[in-house]
Write a protein that binds this ligand. Sequence first.
Ligand code: SAH
Length: 373
Amino acid sequence: MDKNFQEEFTQIIKFNPPLYKQRHQFVKDLVEKYKPKKVADLGCADCSLLRMLKFCRCIEVLAGLDICADVMKEKMHTLSPLPVDYLQPSERSLTVTLHHGSVAHKDPCMLGFDLVTCIELIEHLEEPELKKFPEVVFGFMAPSIVVISTPNSEFNPLLPGVMLYRHPDHKFEWNQAQFQSWALETARCYDYSVEFTGVGQPPTGMEKAGFCTQIGVFVRKYPQTGESVQSEKHTEAVYKTVFKAVYPSLKDEKYLRNAVISEVIFTAQIIKHRLMSKHEEYGDDPERKSKFQPSMDFSFSDYLGKVVVEKNMEPFISGNEVHIPLATIFSFPKVNRLCGTFEKLCKLIAGKVTLSSDGSAVMFNIEHENEEN
Ligand code: SAH
C-alpha cells in the first residue's frame, strides 16, 4: 500500500453511523428478515445489542451471555420493563435473561435458540476457548442462524493509531482469508452454509482492503428436531443467571383480563354517551322518551369506523338504567381482537363489570347523572 495514500486516509476515516451501530443495525436487519423468536447474544458486554433487539416485535426470548458479570450488570437495569409496559402490555410475550459464563462451556439454558449473535467476540477468545467455541455454538446450541463478526486486519492500516490490534484485549485479528477459511471449515464440520459480508466500507480505491468489520452469516442446513434438542438436555447447568425480566403481556391472562375490562368499560361509556345525547334530543316528552330506540344510523363510526349494529344488539334506556348489549361491545374491533370469542369476553369480565340479570348487557345507572343535570 502506498504510504502517502494510506496516511491520507488514516486522517479521514470516520464511520457514520459509528461502526458498532452499523454492526447492531446489521443484526436488526437480519432479525427483521428471518423473524427469529429466540435470540441469544454471546459476549453481550453492556447489553447494548439486547437493548435494541427488545423492540423487535417477533422476539419472545432474549438471552445474553458474557464472561464478565460486572460489564453486564452496569446497565442491565435498562432491560427491565418500563411503567408504560405495565400500562399497555404488549400482545407478544418477552423474557430477557442474562447469564454469566463462557462460550467455551455448554449449558442447557442456551438450547432452542433460532438466532445466535457473536458480535466482536471471537477475537477476545484464548486459543483453547476458540477451539471449543464451534462445538458449543454450532454443535450444541445449533441454532438456525449464527452471525459472527470480527475485525478485518487488512483494514487496520487505514485506521488511525492502530499498531498491532484494535483493542488491547484482542488475542488475534484475522485477515479475510483467515476468517473465511476458519468459517468455511466450521460450517462444513457442523453442516451449515456460510456467506460473507461486512460493515464499514473501505474508501474508494482501497476496495481490496475489504470491510472494516467482517461478518459471516451461517445458516443451518438440516432441520432441528425436538429429539436433537432433547438429547442434549442432560448437560449440566454451569452458567449463573444474573438477571431475568418477564415483560407484562396480553398472553398472560392477568394482564389480558385488565385490558379487556378497561376496553369494555371505555367502549360502553362511549356508547352510553352517544345514546344519552340522542335521548336528550327528544326533549321532555316522557312518552317519546320512554319509547326511544336508537336508529340504525346510531353507529359509532366516528369512534371506530363502521360497526354494524343489528336490531337485537341495540343499546337502550329503561327508567334509570342504560343497557348496552355485550354483543355490541364485542363487535368493536379492539374488544374483538383482544378476546377472540364472545365466550372469552364473558369469561374475562365475569364479576368485574355490572351486567344485566341475564348477563347479556353492561348496565349503567344514570339516576345520579340525571340529578346533576
Ligand atoms: N458484543 C459486544 C461487545 C463485544 S466485546 C458488542 O457488540 O458491542 C467482547 C465481549 O466478549 C466482552 O464483553 C467480553 O467480556 C466477552 N467475552 C470474552 N471472552 C468470553 C467468553 N469466553 N465467553 C463469553 N464472553 C466472553
